[in-house]
Design a protein around this ligand. Structure first.
Ligand SMILES: C[S@@+](CC[C@H](N)C(=O)[O-])C[C@H]1O[C@@H](n2cnc3c(N)ncnc32)[C@H](O)[C@@H]1O
Length: 249
């Protein structure tokens, strides 16, 4: 799994039509959610930041943000992306299942966005991460998890998920994923077909990972088990379903 994101790092922004616009939009959407749910929040922790899509977007809105991820390469790039925008984020490498030992407590909001938790393949591991996120929170603080809506995804083998085409620096990229389900898990190969527009030379990069197609219903149960209260699914506030919960006294 680490290899998947380490290899994906130089291409990661290509997943988006316009990554900069997504950083801005997602920062705005999460900021609006935070202001509604936990209005006095200042200190945000992102435990699966990747190259910083949400962490940088939130820091650009004045929050004090720390962020970590399992992938060293992504964190390296996240630091460069923040620096090039003169945005202050404290980035480090950490497995979210060790978030409390690494980051300690006192956070107003802890975030894990864009389908990161389903990289953990068992309920036990997901619960472990959620408990660590809860431990990191101050009393009254909020947990935000955003995930794919697996109830709406077709199950089967050889499923193609197109991500479109992008043109950048003299290359055209065609992006698609191939999914193979096996019970509640599926294997993904993410293909990046790179065409040199000057020479027509084509190279294909393929990166593989496995996911747990955990439902938002099951995730909500696990959030309650992790001692979060007022756990709810919110639709229409982000590009994928958002689960929120609050740490009780
Ligand atoms: C789809 S990416 C989302 C990254 C980022 N939130 C974004 O939207 O750009 C999923 C991320 O989860 C991270 N991840 C997977 N398992 C992890 C773990 N156990 N601890 C921390 N991060 C993990 C991956 O390295 C990857 O960066």
């Amino acid at each position: 799994m680490t290899d998947f994101y380490d290899e994906l790092t130089p291409f990661y922004h290509l997943i988006y039509q316009d990554w900069n616009a997504s950083v801005d939009r997602q920062g705005e959407q999460l900021s609006a959610l935070i202001k509604t749910e936990w209005p006095t929040s200042r200190k945000i922790l992102d435990v699966s930041s990747g190259i910083g899509t949400q962490a940088i977007g939130l820091a650009m809105r004045g929050y004090s943000v720390s962020a970590s991820d399992l992938s060293e390469k992504e964190i390296e790039r996240a630091k460069q992306e923040a620096r090039s925008r003169s945005v202050e984020v404290s980035f480090s490498v950490c497995d979210m299942r060790n978030a409390f030992a690494h980051h300690g407590s006192g956070w107003d909001v802890v975030v894990s966005a864009d389908n990161s938790l389903p990289h953990l393949l068992t309920d036990e591991d997901v619960l472990c991460a959620l408990k660590q996120m809860t431990e990191c929170l101050s009393v009254g603080g909020g947990c935000i998890v955003t995930v794919r809506d697996y109830e709406r995804e077709e199950r089967g083998k050889n499923l193609i998920k197109p991500y479109g085409a992008r043109v950048e620096n003299g290359y055209r990229y065609m992006l698609f994923q191939l999914w193979d389900f096996e019970g509640e898990h599926y294997d993904v190969t993410f293909f990046f077909v790179q065409e040199n527009l000057a020479t027509q030379e084509v190279k294909t990069y393929a990166m593989r990972s496995r996911y747990y197609a955990v439902s938002t219903h099951r995730l909500s149960e696990l959030m309650r088990e992790a001692r979060l209260q007022n756990v709810r699914r919110l639709d229409g506030v982000f590009f994928q379903p958002v689960l929120v919960g609050t740490k009780a006294a």
